[in-house]
Structures are given as C-alpha cells and as structure tokens.
Design a protein around this ligand. Structure first.
Ligand code: WTA
Length: 649
C-alpha cells in the first residue's frame, strides 16, 4: 500500500462545502454533542410534524433498538420531489442514458417526475397497495425504476428492489421473504446489447405462488411475453386511467422505507430494513458533503438501483438535494470500453462515482478509450464497493481525472445506508487505497479479533466496529430482529460489528483489509459463500461443497468452489460447466464459480467442521503456510487438494 498523500487543491478547498478546519470543527461537534448536531442537521429535510426527540439508541445485545427523529413525520417522496417544485420545477431531475448510444437520452424535470410518480402511486393504490404493503421492484435501469421507488414512498408502501441480474429462484425467495403483494417489472431488459427476459423470470418465480401476487409491467422493448390473466397489468395502460396528482402519505420517521436483501456469512440473504427520516437525512447529507455537490452539478453514480449504492446515491440522496442525477441503463464496455467517458462528455458530468472493479477492467483496455473524450467537466471522482488498489487509483487519478479531480474512496455497507468512512474532498488529503477518515457522527473503533478489546493506540489492526449510531443505520432484519442482533451486536458487545477487517495508520487513517467473515466481494458485489454452497449441493450430483474467495485481477475476488461428487459420479469438464451454469441459474451470473476443484475429501476437524482457513490458502495458491493441520481428521486430504489446485497464478 502506498502512503503518498494527495492534499486537496487550494482552489477546490476554497469553494468546497467543507475544508480541513471546518471538518475538524464539525466532526468534534458531532461527537461531543450528537443530539445537538443531529437536531440541527435533521432540519435539512422537510418535516410535516417536526421531531422533538433526536436519538434513542440501545446497542445492548438482547435489547437492541435504534430510533432517530422518532416523533417526527414526513414523506420521503415529497422531500425528493414536491419541495423542489417551486424553485426548480423545470430543472432536470433525472438524465436517463439508454443502453444503445444511438437511442435518445431523456431529461426528466422535477415537474415531470412529480407527475409520473404521482401517476404510479395512484396505479399502485388501484392495484390494492397501501401503507406498509411490500412491493418488489425487478426492473432494469430505466426511469420507471425511480418512479416505482418514489411511488412506494409516496403512499407509504415498502419497496424491496431485486437486482435484475438475479435468477427467478432468487427473485421468488425475496418475494416470499417479505410477502410482497406486487412485483413491478419490464417485458425485457436491454443491457450491453443483450436482452434479459425479466417478465418471464417473474412468471417462473411466481409459478408456485398461491397468493396471487400481481405484476405491473413496464413496456421497455415490446418483446413478446407470457401474460397471467387478471394478475398482470401494463403500466402504460393503467397510467392512462389515473390522475397525475396523489397527495403524499404522512409517515413516521421510523416507518420502513425499504427492504434490501444482502448476503451475510450464514444462511440465506437477509432483508436489511431502512426507515424514512434518519435514512433520508443521512443519504442527502453524505451526498452533498462527500461529493461536494453544488446546485446545478450533474452527478453520476454508475451503480444499479438493485444495490444500496443506487438507492442512496442515484435516487434518495441526490433527489433530496434537488440534484440532477444520471441513470445509465447499460454497461461500461458496450459498445466499447469508452462508454463511461462518452456519457461523461455527452452529459457534462461533474461528479462520477463507480467501483474499483470497473476501473480495473477499463484500465486494462488502454488509455485511448479515455483520451478520445472531453472530460473537462469532471470535478470529482469516487469509488465504492471494495478496497481500491493503488495502481487503479493512480490510473483513475492521472488518466481519468488528469490530476485535477479529488478522489473519494467511500467505505460503507448496505447496513449503513450511507458513507461512514470517506474523505471529504475539500478537507481530507487522500492516500491511495485508504478510505481515510470518518464522516460526521461516526466513531470507528478497531477491536482485537479474538478478545474483542478496543485497541486505543493510533496505529491498530483488527476488526472494524462502530461505537454508537448514526441516522442512516439499518434498524432490523425484516421479520427477524434476533438475527439482526446476532449478526451485528452479539460477537462484540456494545458495538456495531461491520464484518470488515481494518488497519489504522499513524495518521489515524483507516484502511479496509476485507471481510473477516464468510462473505466474499466479487466485482464489488457481496456474495455469501453459504449461498453458493447451498446452490451447489442442491445439484443431484453434488455431495458436498465448500466455497471461498481468491484474489482476482479484475473482480477483486473470484469464487473458488471445492466440490465433492456423489459416489459413482465422474468428474468431467462438461460436469464442471453444468455446475457453473446451475449456480448461475439458481442465484444469478454474479454467483457463478470461477474455479471448481474436484475434491474427493474436504479438510475437516474431528468434529466435522470444514477448515476454511486451509481452503482459502490453497485457493490463494499460498499453500506453503497452512499453519497447524494437526487437528484435521485426515491430514492426507490437504496434500491431495494442493496437488490438484486450480489457481497456480
Ligand atoms: C466492502 C456497498 C473497501 C466492505 C456500499 C463492506 C469496501 C462491503 C468499500 C459492503 C471501500 C465497500 N473500501 N471495502 N471503499 N466499500 N466495501 O453492502 O467489505 O454491497 O463490508 O455495500 O463492501 O458491501 P455492500
């Protein structure tokens, strides 16, 4: 890791919302008196009934409860739309860039957004959706995805977005998991010149469903689809029947806004619940300060709305701030590796926010794809999702930013709602590969992994926890508060446990070292090894499977699966492909194993526990230092695995 620092340029700092002195002062205030700090910043959004209580938080295992602005009421959609109408009704709220560069982009003003969202809200009501009902959104990156989210927020329904790359099975599990009454989808979804049959996937997902889940279908391509009579409705037909006016529902600050399923270290994905008031305050505030967003700027976050990054930094944060936010339907490499930069030039993007995996992939394609375009409107670059290696950081800085754009490396999670550790571009000197310093109100601590003791020296390494709460924190796991407590508050008592390892350097900068649990980070997407394992063992020819991550040049981590076949089955190349395709079908393309090693046996302790540490080492091609293997039931298994290892790079 490089320790070279890049201080903010004086001209940038001079015009920034926050410079170094102001950061120090505001950070101190936020820690000394959180109540006063958040009482002030809670006012950045419009409340129907102002809150009088700021914070009511209990981190004690068994009694965990997190509430912010509890007695205030508001409507999130009204904050993202209606309150801007008087001052910026004709300003573009959303720029939509379609998959095909030749197709027309759309510029949707705040007025138009108001009309579309209100119509969709009325359609939802006509379909029987009301306050507290769950709606699954399974859409491509089209404006209707924003309308759907905000329409739910407007009437107080809780949305749960399922990334359009997930399989019918994964979709079905999420629809059932939150008892959704309605799925909003599209006929088919163009992406990178190919089409995904979303409506067909929904039909398959709901095949065994007996509760008659309805489906609202956006016509994106006009492709043929199978229709479920009485249950399916075209958005464009229903929209004609309703008015473009729908009064926003008054919601309590702690009413759920959305559920978002994410992978954990055990079992199936869990439904992370975010509520209305605190989440919106935090998403909006981090969007403004971390990206140093100013009125009139064009902001582009390349994430998909299926991930938390899309929720907080394509939709809720920017729109709450009255920003112009860009939504891109396509992929970075279609029609070629210059697409991101073509879109930046075309729409005069000022802040650009993407993932290290995309940067590494584009870096590998050569500089000419960047140099072809005029990127002079760029003022700031951001990254999220995984640690960025200094090489990629330098390329981003030199080739994309021409040395003129601060880079913000933002560390956060689905659970945190918004950035927790991040540079503020006018205040913080960047160090390539470090997420640097905490955001206002955030108190990171590093604990000894085993003892859980807080390490109080400046230089420290261990697990990353957070002392005390911040408004954007998740409140519970949908339907399973015990799991919420067990996952985040049990192992290290009195703290929020992030699941990440971390180092703090002599300057107090934080360096995320990766997950310390059985979650792997593939191209910036979280994948639970347990999920991939359970998909593999669901195949009739598989007896047992163990999945670990290994370093991958582009993806950050790749998926390495050790598979034991049922006796009598022959390991062949065809079977290897069959298993890969199987996982792809069970979960989605992002879960497809990169390497599958046939493993007649797995290293287990005498009590039958698989020793993942050993499997990780072998997958990393670092089998010289396996440590103590004497507790293994059959140490011979290890030699066999090393002998036939798949990663020899
Ligand atoms: C990882 C994405 C290093 C981390 C917003 C975390 C990062 C997980 C960074 C959350 C970063 C995210 N540097 N690692 N800047 N940002 N991570 O829930 O392991 O999809 O726990 O949220 O991504 O992933 P999630």
């Amino acid at each position: 890791m490089s320790d070279k620092t890049y201080p903010p340029a004086p001209e940038f700092a001079a015009n920034a919302h926050v410079d170094a002195a102001r950061y120090a002062e505001m950070y101190k205030a936020s820690i000394d008196d959180p109540e006063a700090f958040w009482a002030e910043h809670g006012k950045r959004i419009d409340w129907i009934k102002p809150f009088t209580r700021v914070k009511d938080v209990n981190y004690n295992f068994g009694d965990v409860s997190i509430k912010w602005f509890e007695d205030g009421t508001l409507n999130v959609a009204a904050n993202c739309i209606d309150r801007h109408l008087a001052t910026r009704g004709d300003q573009t709220a959303i720029i939509w860039e379609p998959d095909e560069p030749g197709d027309d982009a759309q510029h949707i003003t705040y007025k138009e957004l108001h009309a579309e969202v209100s119509k969709m809200a009325n359609v939802l009501k006509n379909l029987g959706i009301g306050k507290g009902d769950r709606v699954v959104i399974y859409l491509p990156m089209i404006p209707e995805a924003a309308y759907a989210m905000l329409a739910c927020a407007r009437i107080g329904a809780i949305h749960s977005i399922v990334f359009a790359g997930f399989s019918p099975d994964a979709l079905g599990a999420r629809v059932n998991g939150c008892d959704a009454k309605l799925v909003i989808t599209a006929d088919t979804a163009p992406r990178g010149g190919r089409r995904t049959k979303l409506k067909d996937n929904v039909n398959q997902a709901l095949l065994h469903d007996t509760t008659d889940v309805k489906c609202l279908v956006v016509q994106r391509t006009g492709d043929q689809i199978a229709w479920r009579r009485d249950l399916d409705f075209w958005w464009h037909e229903e929209a004609e029947k309703v008015s473009a006016d729908c009064p926003p529902e008054e919601m309590s600050a702690e009413d759920p806004l959305f559920i978002l399923y994410t992978s954990g270290s055990t079992g199936q994905p869990k439904g992370v619940v975010h509520t209305s008031g605190g989440y919106l305050v935090y998403a909006a505030m981090t969007h403004q300060y971390t990206f140093d967003y100013h009125d009139g700027d064009i902001f582009w976050c390349t994430a998909d709305v299926g991930w938390v990054t899309g929720h907080s930094y394509i939709i809720y944060g920017p729109l709450a701030n009255g920003a112009t936010t860009l939504m891109f339907e396509g992929v970075p490499t279609y029609p070629d590796a210059g697409r991101f930069w073509a879109v930046c030039e075309k729409h005069k993007v000022n802040q650009f926010y993407t993932a290290p995996t995309a940067i590494r992939a584009l870096m590998g394609q050569g500089n000419e794809f960047v140099e072809r375009y005029d990127l002079s409107d760029l003022k700031l670059l951001g990254t999220v999702g995984e640690p960025i290696n200094p090489e990629a950081w330098n390329w981003y800085n030199d080739v994309v930013g021409k040395g003129n754009c601060p880079i913000v490396d933002t560390w956060w999670q689905t659970e945190t709602g918004g950035h927790l550790i991040t540079p503020l571009p006018g205040a913080t000197a960047a160090k390539p590969g470090s997420a640097t310093l905490p955001f206002f109100g955030v108190q990171p601590v590093i604990l000894e992994t085993e003892s859980g003791k807080e390490i109080t020296t400046t230089e420290a390494e261990g697990v990353l926890c957070i002392k005390d709460s911040w408004p954007g924190q998740m409140r519970t796991v949908w339907g399973d508060h015990d799991r919420f407590q067990a996952t985040y508050f049990q192992q290290y008592k009195g703290y929020y446990f992030s699941g990440d390892g971390c180092r703090r350097d002599a300057d107090g900068y934080y360096w995320i070292t990766g997950r310390v649990d059985d979650v792997i980070n593939v191209s910036g997407h979280r994948m639970g090894t347990a999920e991939v394992e359970s998909a593999l063992v669901a195949h009739s020819k598989v007896a047992e499977a163990a999945v670990v991550g290994y370093p991958h040049d582009i993806k950050g981590q790749g998926i390495y699966a050790y598979v034991t076949l049922m006796s009598g089955e022959t390991p062949t190349e065809e079977l290897r492909k069959e298993l890969s395709d199987w996982v792809r079908q069970e979960i989605g393309p992002i879960a497809k194993p990169d390497l599958i090693q046939w493993s007649p046996g797995l290293p287990k302790t005498r009590s039958g526990k698989i020793m993942r540490r050993i499997l990780r080492k072998i997958a990393e091609n670092d089998y010289g230092s396996l440590g103590d293997t004497s507790t293994l039931a059959d140490p011979g298994v290890v030699d066999e695995l090393i002998e036939n290892r798949m990663n020899r790079g």
